[in-house]
Write a protein that binds this ligand. Structure first.
Ligand code: FMN
Length: 247
């Protein structure tokens, strides 16, 4: 049986993000997955990595290596165990200030621990998490027209790129993200009704999306062999993003 971890990043369970995560969890169960849940906003998960979280650590605090010398805090150990057990990670979050909420960034900082989830000798194509997949389900307040490459709110895919690359670094296949745009509470009257209808459709079709995950394309990244020994893109290697390009 395959295992999926649904990571819900939102302070309000009854929000659209919360309901969408619930729809994913139900669809994953219906598709035969064992479903694990992570809801860091509901507990006391501190997104800031701090020295005090490792009271047994002696000497200068190296956040990268601390898990080699001191036990992980229980809330981190739980998240790491669930992540390592999962074949598929589904992350639901809203776009906040042109990036993921601080809780998700902090979850990465604390949970993608060196030695267990990534390793200096096992990164990218040989990453520790090879074979695992991650799917981002993202809502934005901006409209779809504003979220494209020429949109006023910035290219949505570029805003997500650093997050995607963190998972790529760990060896994940990053599936093409799902997005729902124009989600906000400022609409009134017919516009509000139209928004609610649209969101209801998203929730209703999530089962179909999950059932077809096997056919969902993966986000394209450069292979390790596209870079020379100094870590620069080789002549002739493709560029998949303005983040890694020549010139
Ligand atoms: C702190 C904060 C920052 C936000 N920043 C953005 C943003 O940069 N881009 C955007 O499109 N929407 C932004 N929004 C709107 C949210 O993306 C939108 O409210 C959310 O996707 C709606 O989903 P929800 O009902 O599940 O919260 C922001 C909202 C908040 C609360």
């Amino acid at each position: 049986m395959k295992t999926a971890l649904v990571l819900r990043i939102h302070p309000e369970p009854s929000s659209f993000t919360g309901a969408w995560a619930d729809a994913s969890a139900a669809a994953l169960e219906a598709a035969g997955y064992e479903v694990l849940h992570s809801d860091p906003h509901l507990g006391s998960f501190d997104p800031a990595l701090r020295r005090e979280q490792y009271p047994d650590h002696q000497g200068p605090f190296d956040p990268l290596k601390v898990t080699e010398s001191a036990p992980m805090p229980p809330e981190v150990a739980t998240e790491v165990d669930q992540l390592l057990a999962a074949d598929l990670l589904v992350i639901h979050f809203p776009m906040w200030w042109f990036g993921p909420p601080a809780m998700l960034k902090g979850w990465l900082d604390r949970v993608l621990v060196h030695g267990l989830v990534h390793d200096v000798d096992r990164r990218f194509d040989t990453g520790v998490c090879r074979g695992k997949k991650v799917l981002f389900c993202v809502s934005t307040g901006s409209r779809e027209s504003e979220s494209g490459p020429d949109g006023k709110e910035g290219n949505f895919r570029l805003l997500l790129w650093p997050l995607a690359y963190a998972f790529r670094y760990c060896g994940f296949d990053v599936l093409e993200p799902l997005s729902v745009h124009g989600v906000h509470g400022y609409h009134r009257g017919a516009r509000l009704t139209a928004l609610h209808d649209r969101l209801r459709d998203v929730l209703a079709t999530q089962a179909e999306v999950i059932a077809n995950l096997g056919a969902r394309p993966a986000w394209a990244f450069n292979a390790d062999t596209d870079f020379d020994e100094t870590g620069r893109l080789k002549p002739g290697a493709p560029s998949h993003s303005p983040f890694i390009r020549r010139g």
